[in-house]
Write a new protein. Structure first.
Length: 153
């Protein structure tokens, strides 16, 4: 064995010592990295391009949702009209029956069917108002996205 050379076990021990020296702080670094937030710096141009790309992808989807909401509103309005007509017809029938059966009775109470129909009608009106508010919010959002896309182009 020559003077400047190490045996295999000595080389392994030296390598282990070097690795221990360089990785001994790994647990602390891992904890520090997990608890700190890291931010990538991105140019304003890249952010603008990404925003335009997302707006371009979202705008057609929002338009489709608005069309669906408008169709649902139309259908709900049609349904509400039908319920209103049905309630009016039933109320007229109840009043006609009650006027024939009790001619001298001046106090008329609304029938259960009329009250149920009115409750259903009120429920549909509330749903219709919610859908209208949602449609308005979506339209405003689409306008804002289109304005952003137009101003950043």
């Amino acid at each position: 064995m020559r003077h400047g050379t190490l045996t295999g076990s000595q080389q392994i021990a030296a390598t282990n010592h070097v690795l221990q020296h360089h990785t001994g702080d790994f647990d602390r670094l891992r904890t520090a990295m997990a608890s700190q937030r890291h931010f990538d710096l991105v140019s304003e141009h890249d952010v603008r391009e990404a925003r335009e790309h997302v707006a371009g992808e979202i705008a057609p989807l929002l338009r489709e949702l608005i069309v669906r909401a408008e169709n649902a509103l139309t259908e709900d309005e049609r349904h509400a009209r039908a319920l209103r007509n049905k309630a009016t017809e039933e109320l007229a029938q109840v009043e006609a029956r009650s006027s024939h059966s009790v001619l001298g009775d001046t106090t008329k109470s609304p029938s259960v069917a009329a009250l149920v129909n009115q409750a259903e009608l009120d429920e549909h009106r509330r749903a219709l108002e919610k859908l209208k508010a949602e449609r308005k919010r979506l339209m405003e959002r689409v306008s804002a996205l289109e304005q952003r896309q137009g101003t950043s182009a």
